[in-house]
Write a protein that binds this ligand. Sequence first.
Ligand code: UD1
Length: 342
Amino acid sequence: MPSKILVTGGLGYIGSHTCVELIQQGFEIIIVDDLSNSSKNVLDGIKKITGISPKFVKLDLRDRKEVNLLFQYHPDLTGIIHFAAYKAVGESVKQPLEYYENNISSLIYLLQAIESKGQRCSFIFSSSCTVYGQADQLPITEQDPVKKAESPYGNTKQIGEEILYDNTRSNDLLKVISLRYFNPIGAHSSIEIGELSKGKPQNLVPFITQTAAGIHQKINVFGGDYPTDDGTCVRDYIHVVDLAKAHVVGLKRMIADEQSENFEVFNLGTGKGNSVLEVIKTFEKISGISLNHEIVDRRSGDIVEAYADTSKANEILGWQAINNLEMALKTAWEWEKKIRNK
Ligand code: UD1
């Protein structure tokens, strides 16, 4: 019998790519999504790539009764990968209560449902490098301190990790791996799934591809006077499929009882930093399109530089990112062209 895995937010950007990897590794998956920032069409993309139509349940995890019912229907879950959460930093500053309610209550209801089953469960949490803030040293290791969150969104990731850590201490049936993502970009190489931005994207790469597609006139580069080589901020851009694969590896580690502690944290990045201007130039090179861009004021809350020390994930999970920036940007561009031509 294949292990049965619940994937919350499984129709979202990182969730859908992870569903593909799980299916390809022989897991049976159940996708739960409230479709607030995703589309049911993503199921078709997953089916085209894998040949399998995963089970899908439309559900809002803030509904505790529905969450409990879900667990009654599926008493044999081996693991949960919890992607479902709001993720827009700026929006979280304007609507903190919605972010705390959605991101925290969904986690608590899932954990309560797990606890009431009294059955062993492996849990992967979508965390973010945002928990480090501006780190004192680079590259960032998992030992670096978690800094005061810059936004309610970031705080929900920190609180989420604390809730999970506390629960692994009170409940030895629960195993947790928290994955701290750096900057996920790109689309599946089949171009059947990718990032679907509702509204104007806030993140750099979707803004670049939309500008190349003629949707925006120019890219605002937020700040040109940072203490970096070219004055623009540096991030660690990781291809979403590399990121997705790490979830499967983490899950297998927990299922095989290989953890050194019941709560573990891993950075997921490439280990390489690229500036905003480097990303723009690389995109111009791979697409042959020249991008209109202008240096404007800094965006408040931005950190100067962040890239991962990935040695813990390399050594312990045996995982590393394979794809480079060019490949990731190529898939992002192919995906943008595909969704525009529909
Ligand atoms: C952002 C979030 C982070 C979240 C991550 C998820 C903020 C402050 N941080 O990270 O918490 O986990 O997304 O993907 O929002 N840039 C431009 N012009 C643009 C857009 C971005 O110059 O139009 C620059 C930014 O200033 C930054 C870099 O591009 O230096 C990357 O920005 P973005 O893609 O938004 O990611 P982060 O800010 O790193």
